[in-house]
Unconditional design. Structure first.
Length: 472
């Protein structure tokens, strides 16, 4: 694994990081300035913000595991899944601590100290698992870093942290951790007991470690760096007041949501980039399947499929005219100059054909040195004019931007057949244009011939036949 394992869209993510940092700083300053203001009326929003954060955490835990299932080398994703998983458990306990959260008005009530304990342990747990994920990320090739050891360590940490939180809460009489005064809803003890200071130091160290060792050019780790900054800001905001119903407390909750949301946004960004890449890969793959690899003209299969579809609407007022062209004396060119030069001649003719028709027309390579062009909505007379222009262009290779590697004058013979109905099959229609081209060969080459009764007479039959062998 390289340090730049996820560098897709690095420029965009750098701009996103800068914007996010500015936003976090502005919000932090505003909540810090007015954090002392108490707004008891917004107590009912606590369950709402907790529910939103819970949903985001559950989704992120699942996304981490799904991403790990795609590439099992990224064991740090398992650690992060544990981080968001244990966070979800704390949030669920916190949500159930609100009295009447489902059936009545909700609010903080008499479990304020438990809410503060869950907040502290959830925040500390996230920081610890973030640091552990960074260690696993940096030491991924160490023989001690494997699925069993990572799962065992994460499970032990989860049990220890959850058990400790349970024993210091009101659910147990073994230990106690007084943080909030139930009467005044003051959390001054949060700072007096140095718990708040330790939490700030923990998140400050985590933020610095993630940004230093993982960097911010990486889309995924940049989002985690922003998440760490948001958690750090959430803890520091609590110093702006000492009451749970203050604006500082609401700001801390908002930063918690932002800390989770920014990682979710990074996942969505990755999904978008993967979707975009998949679309590009599909287009490339599809184009390769319908194109001739040497000339990049359409291949025989695509040409016939398109002709079958277009023939369904062919009529006298909307004809389809087919050109079949073959390079004259091509075997001699190969024998004298070699196959490499012969390939260049084929490419020269193909580029000239493509440049001589509309974007709606279809040019294809249907044989070794044989080409066909489908002119939609073009009459026989207009097609004759187009074919003559193509023949003249190919003759004057010295005037073409594609003719530098052509060793001598190149000529082609072209046959034309116009489709005005669907009485014949696509193969029979192309065969008639092919017969007209063969007539041009017999009459001296370097000319254009329109299919007629004389063409059929020359070929010795009235009806079309399968394509003939390659002509020289």
């Amino acid at each position: 694994m390289k340090r730049s394992e996820v560098n897709t869209g690095s420029i965009k993510i750098n701009k996103f990081v800068i914007f996010s940092i500015i936003l976090l700083v502005v919000l932090f300053v505003l909540f810090r300035m007015f954090g002392y203001i108490r707004l008891p009326a917004l107590e009912a929003l606590f369950p709402v913000s907790t529910s939103v954060t819970l949903i985001l955490n559950v989704l992120l835990a699942l996304f981490m595991l799904m991403k790990f299932s795609v590439d099992r080398k990224h064991l740090y994703l398992v650690v992060l899944a544990f981080a968001y998983g244990i966070s979800s458990l704390y949030l669920m306990s916190k949500l159930l601590s609100y009295p009447g959260v489902i059936f009545t008005e909700g609010g903080i009530g008499t479990n304020a100290n438990d809410l503060a304990i869950y907040f502290i342990f959830r925040s500390a747990s996230m920081a610890i698992f973030f640091l552990l994920s960074l260690v696993v990320y940096r030491l991924w090739n160490n023989r001690f870093i494997n699925m069993v050891s990572v799962m065992a360590l994460c499970t032990c940490l989860t049990i220890i942290l959850l058990s400790t939180a349970y024993f210091v809460s009101s659910h147990s009489l073994v230990l106690s951790l007084p943080i909030v005064d139930e009467g005044s809803l003051s959390y001054q003890q949060f700072w007096n007991s140095s718990v708040g200071l330790y939490l700030v130091l923990l998140w400050g160290g985590t933020t610095c470690a993630v940004m230093w060792f993982a960097g911010v050019k990486n889309n995924f780790w940049a989002s985690l760096s922003l998440s760490c900054m948001a958690f750090l800001g959430s803890t520091m905001l609590l110093s702006g007041s000492e009451y749970l119903t203050s604006l500082a407390w609401y700001g801390a909750h908002l930063f918690e949501v932002l800390a989770t949301f920014v990682v979710m946004l990074a996942f969505l960004f990755d999904i978008f980039k993967l979707y975009q890449k998949a679309r590009i890969d599909y287009k490339i793959s599809y184009n390769n399947s319908i194109r001739d690899p040497m000339t990049r003209l359409y291949n025989r299969s695509y040409y016939y499929d398109s002709l079958v579809n277009r023939m369904q609407s062919a009529s006298t007022n909307a004809p389809i005219t087919l050109l079949v062209a073959d390079i004259d004396h091509f075997k001699r060119i190969n024998d004298i100059y070699g196959h490499v030069t012969g390939d260049r001649v084929i490419q020269y003719v193909a580029k000239t054909l493509q440049d001589s028709i509309r974007k709606t027309d279809i040019a294809a390579r249907i044989g070794g040195e044989e080409f066909s062009v489908m002119l939609d909505g073009v009459s026989r007379d207009d097609a004759l004019e187009i074919a003559e222009k193509i023949r003249a262009k190919i003759c004057h290779h010295q005037d073409s931007p594609y003719g530098q590697d052509v060793p001598e004058k190149i000529t082609i013979s072209i046959g034309i057949y116009t489709v005005v109905g669907n009485e014949l099959t696509a193969e029979q229609c192309v065969a008639r244009a092919d017969e007209a081209m063969y007539q041009a060969k017999q009459e001296g080459r370097d000319r254009v011939v329109i299919y007629s009764a004389r063409t059929a007479e020359i070929m010795g039959r009235e009806n079309s036949a399968p394509l003939r062998p390659i002509y020289t």
